[in-house]
Design a protein around this ligand. Structure first.
Ligand SMILES: Cc1ncc(COP(=O)(O)O)c(C=O)c1O
Length: 430
């Protein structure tokens, strides 16, 4: 990454700015932010989350009159993020009892729940059906039968949505994160059988089609292909099988806002694509369930350089945040920028403190000058980090919020190292 490169990247993050080579996060320098707080730390920028939501909602709504955006909480279920989600009026996508309880605590109503997963427990289904869950996605006959049994006992008719794996071109299929042979979703004809089963049952009501096949999507072409498939599938259900579809859930999978901007992706254009490809769009509800898009670039991490070395012709800097927090997922795109740009340096790889070879924060070497004790900022670290983090020998970092007035508020303390020791010897307590 060259100097001009990372200065360009910052342009896609409206809350970041270099003023005379000193990085400001919403007008506050990184030094000011960490004055009272030890590194490493995560920092939530709530208005970025809000902007991200408004961007998708406002632009899609121009062409998609009935739109429902739900937040996939697995991306980051920090209570503050869930409260913000609820306050903005989004729905919530959940996958487990823990997430059900979090959604309840954040105050979401069951009308706004979307429940996904290939193997929901009877207890999870009973709990959510009892409380009137509206969007229940299914991708197996046995789970459908279990839902029917629960609904029958309660003497209700439960609406269900079938999660299918779309038939796309070989080329697109190859690039998908979730492929035909993955455990998620069901093929075309078995999907139709689930719809038919549900239609025959007095306790089930098949209302929607659900598809989620990717993550970090930046391509309009992908949606063109997907939407043609979805429209044909719906026509098949409606015209041949007499099953009326009310909801089209297009899943999550969008890249972060800053990455979409870098790639020239526009929600207005996506709205037009949906409008032109789906018949009778005004009679259908379109659901999106993004996780990464909403939250990835609304968090940064601040970390300090602990050590540096050269080995085999390579320069390394080691920072105090590791892969136990910045999970090295295939689609993660952590980017590192200096809090103080001191000039061009030798290409340098950045690793965390863990004694593990995978603990490398980004595959891109940086070429700004780095010295021990410098503060660096990690971008794009809000999704699948806090919710997947592990201790692995280190306490997980504290999480703060940068409020609009510049006040910094603690959202979650770092793990207590003494407690970690106690937990390890838990069975010895008397
Ligand atoms: C069913 C479903 N919907 C939505 C999401 C969110 O995906 P993303 O964070 O890529 O938007 C996931 C993520 O695994 C998912 O499994």
């Amino acid at each position: 990454m060259t100097k001009s490169n990372f200065f360009n990247i910052v342009n896609f993050f409206p809350y970041l700015k270099y003023r005379e080579n000193i990085l400001e996060v919403k007008e506050k320098t990184v030094n000011e932010i960490i004055q009272e707080y030890p590194t490493p730390l995560f920092l939530f920028i709530p208005d970025r989350f809000e902007q991200n939501y408004k961007e998708i909602k406002t632009n899609l709504n121009k062409f998609v009159p009935n739109l429902f955006v739900t937040y996939a909480m697995k991306a980051n279920y920090l209570g503050r993020v869930l409260r913000q989600t609820k306050q903005l009026g989004l729905g919530i996508e959940i996958m487990s009892f823990f997430e059900i309880l979090l959604a309840e605590k954040a105050g979401f109503s069951y009308d706004n729940f979307v429940f996904n997963g290939p193997a929901k427990t009877a207890a999870e289904l009973e709990h959510t059906i009892q409380r009137g869950i509206k969007y229940l996605n299914v991708d197996s006959l046995n789970e459908l039968k279990l839902i029917e049994e629960i609904a029958k006992k309660k003497n209700i008719q439960q609406s269900i949505t079938v999660r299918i794996h779309p038939q796309l071109s070989e080329n697109t299929e190859r690039r998908l994160l979730i492929k035909k042979n993955s455990k998620l979703g069901i093929d075309y004809s078995r999907g139709i059988k689930l719809f038919e089963y549900a239609k025959r049952s007095t306790n089930l009501n098949p209302t929607g089609v659900h598809i989620h096949v990717g993550t970090n999507i930046v391509s309009h072409d992908f949606y063109d292909e997907l939407l043609v498939f979805v429209n044909d599938y719906i026509n098949d259900l409606e015209n041949r099988k007499g099953i009326q579809i009310q909801e089209i859930n297009l899943g999550g999978g969008l890249a972060s806002k800053s990455k979409l901007d870098e790639n020239g992706f526009s929600f207005e254009k996506l709205g037009k694509q949906i409008n032109t490809n789906i018949d009778n769009i005004k009679d259908k509800m379109v659901i999106f369930e993004p996780g990464r898009y909403l939250v990835e670039d609304s968090f940064i991490a601040i970390t300090r350089v602990l050590r540096s070395k050269k080995s085999w012709g390579r320069k390394w800097a080691f920072v105090d945040i590791g892969a136990n927090s910045l999970i090295p997922m295939r689609y993660s795109e952590y980017r590192i920028i200096p809090s103080h740009y001191k000039g061009k340096g030798q290409y340098c790889n950045i690793g965390g403190p863990l004694c593990l070879p995978v603990d490398v924060i980004t595959s891109e070497a940086v070429d700004f000058e780095i010295e021990e004790e410098d503060l660096l900022v990690v971008l794009n670290c809000g999704a699948y980090t806090l919710s997947m983090s592990e201790q692995f020998g280190y306490p997980r970092p504290a999480v703060y919020e940068l409020e609009n007035d510049g006040v910094i508020k603690l959202l979650k303390p770092s793990d207590d190292i003494d407690q970690m020791v106690k937990d390890s010897f838990w069975s010895e307590k008397t």
